[in-house]
Design a protein around this ligand. Structure first.
Ligand code: UN1
Length: 496
């Protein structure tokens, strides 16, 4: 991995980013150190927030289409650096290179989306009940936006937030995961290239503040931060959400998922198998959208499950920079400990396990685990961020939908069926209770055009496409009287 270390150093140097400091950074590929970053001191945090506040006051007055121009330039700079940034993503978090490339593509896609949006931040005009009056709404910039991102999508999820926040007129502070801080440095350097190309963008429009939980807590508590968009565990989100609510700040929470799929007896079985494999074991089960629970119809269970186990056992796993491998390592030893604990608990509850063992070599590589469960109990009810798929048998679709909904999280879900009645039932108000409900694709791998997020313990926030931008702005309702009279609404009289 000396070569990888050299590559990381070369890339950061070319971008003009300096990676040195008191926090050592390791690649999960083999656990070796690839650099270090400096953790923000309380004084650094204070000056970042103060700068973010000042720059917001300036940026909010720049016309939105002009703000879009900066994001357009950023998207172009990402295109220029796509290959090297994708390699860095792979080195920093261990996902296969094709997914590293996909992640940078997701950043480019949201930039394109945000550029279009910069000319469409429109409110309604509303008929007034009073003569000579007009009502309308305007969407105004909200304020400094804090983005807390997780290791598994070290750059794309920040980009969803930053691209929208910037066109909406907000400044951005990014606290990346302390497990993947190098990609944040690289992205910051690429962003600064776009700022230079733009010409007159104010300084400190987007800043990176490195550190762990303490740094995050200081940022979250600061009254100058108007919006907190946090991705991570439900435990983290519960704390962030409470602090934000305590000071009436806005929050967008994108927390844990415990995503399920239903394989109907009317499924296209070959397609379903491929969809399940990618969703459950792709990215080593380390997406918040990863498939964790599978309900298979009784009539095909005995053929589908052995095929699933065989495919999982033969999945090529190893160095994610080698395109022969479909999955890379777990992020660290702690992730392996959590995986093994969940598997032990499942076995103690009667689960039949196949796979799940650690593979030899440096780095934490594991075989995907398929666990047949008679009931939805114990670890099946929780998210374990690892390639574990719990499989259960069903006969009645309504009962399967009820079980799929009977967990705390509500992020993603899917049904594999060619029967339109079953699919529509699954998508209906009494079907899946998740923010994402799919048909004949897995639970993961969403595009940026739709709003992304989930219900219940997933936090309720929406990011990315559709009208998610509204969370980054404040709405003002304006009533304008262009008459010479002063009629009151609701027929109220107040005659002096
Ligand atoms: C996440 O895991 O936090 O839908 C985000 C997906 C990706 C995003 C996942 N586009 O799987």
């Amino acid at each position: 991995m000396t070569l990888v270390k050299k590559e990381v150093e070369g890339l950061l140097k070319r971008l003009g980013a300096s990676a040195c400091g008191n926090l050592a950074v390791h690649t999960p590929i083999d656990g070796s150190q690839i650099g270090s970053v400096s953790i923000a001191s309380p004084a650094d945090i204070e000056s970042s927030i103060a700068a973010s506040h000042d720059v917001f006051l300036e940026w909010r007055t720049v016309p939105a289409p002009r703000r879009g121009e900066l994001v357009r330039l950023f998207g172009n700079a990402l295109r220029d650096h796509k290959d090297s940034l994708a390699r860095l993503v792979t080195i920093d978090c261990g996902k296969p290179l094709s997914e590293g490339l996909g992640e940078v593509q997701e950043m480019i896609d949201i930039c394109d989306f945000a550029v279009g949006l910069s000319r469409q931040l429109h409110g309604l005009t509303i008929a007034s009940e009073r003569p000579g009056h007009r009502m309308m709404e305007q969407w105004h910039p909200l304020g400094p936006t804090l983005v807390i991102s997780a290791f598994n999508f070290p750059v794309a999820v920040w980009a969803w937030n930053a691209a929208l926040a910037l066109v909406c007129g907000n400044s951005v502070i990014w606290k990346p995961s302390e497990k993947t801080p190098l990609t944040a440095l690289a992205v910051q350097a690429i962003f600064e290239q776009a700022v230079r190309a733009f010409g007159d963008a104010p300084e400190h429009l987007s800043q990176v503040v490195q550190g762990g939980r303490d740094v995050g807590a200081t940022l979250v508590a600061d009254p100058r931060i108007a919006l907190i968009s946090a991705t991570g565990s439900t435990a983290m989100g519960r704390t962030v959400g409470q602090v934000a609510a305590g000071r009436f700040a806005r929050s967008i929470l994108e927390l844990g998922g415990n995503n399920a799929a239903i394989i109907s007896d009317k499924a296209d079985v070959a397609l379903a198998l491929r969809g399940v494999l990618f969703s459950a074991f792709g990215t080593t089960g380390q997406r918040c959208t990863s498939l964790r629970r599978l309900f298979v119809h009784d009539s095909l269970y005995d053929s589908f499950v052995p095929a699933l186990k065989a495919a999982a056992a033969s999945m090529p796993i190893g160095d994610p920079l080698d395109s022969a491998h479909l999955a890379g390592p777990l992020i660290d030893e702690a992730a392996l400990t959590a995986m093994q604990a969940a598997l032990e608990e499942a076995k103690a509850l009667g689960g039949i396990l196949s796979g799940g063992e650690r593979l030899p070599g440096n780095g934490v590589y594991v075989r995907p685990a398929v666990v047949e469960m008679a009931a939805q109990v114990g670890p099946v009810l929780r998210e374990t961020f690892a390639p574990i798929l719990y499989v259960m048998r069903y006969t009645d679709l309504d009962a399967a939908i009820a079980l799929q909904n009977a967990v705390g999280a509500g992020l993603s879900s899917s049904i594999f069926s060619t029967d339109v009645r079953e699919c529509e039932r699954f998508l209906s108000a009494s079907g899946s209770d998740c923010g994402i409900a799919n048909v004949n694709i897995g639970t993961s791998g969403a595009e940026i055009g739709g709003a992304f997020g989930g219900e219940k313990e997933t936090g309720g926030g929406r990011e990315s496409g559709s009208d998610a931008w509204k969370a980054y702005m404040r709405r003002a309702t304006n009533t304008i009287n262009y008459s010479n009279e002063l009629p009151l609404a609701q027929g109220v009289t107040f005659d002096l």
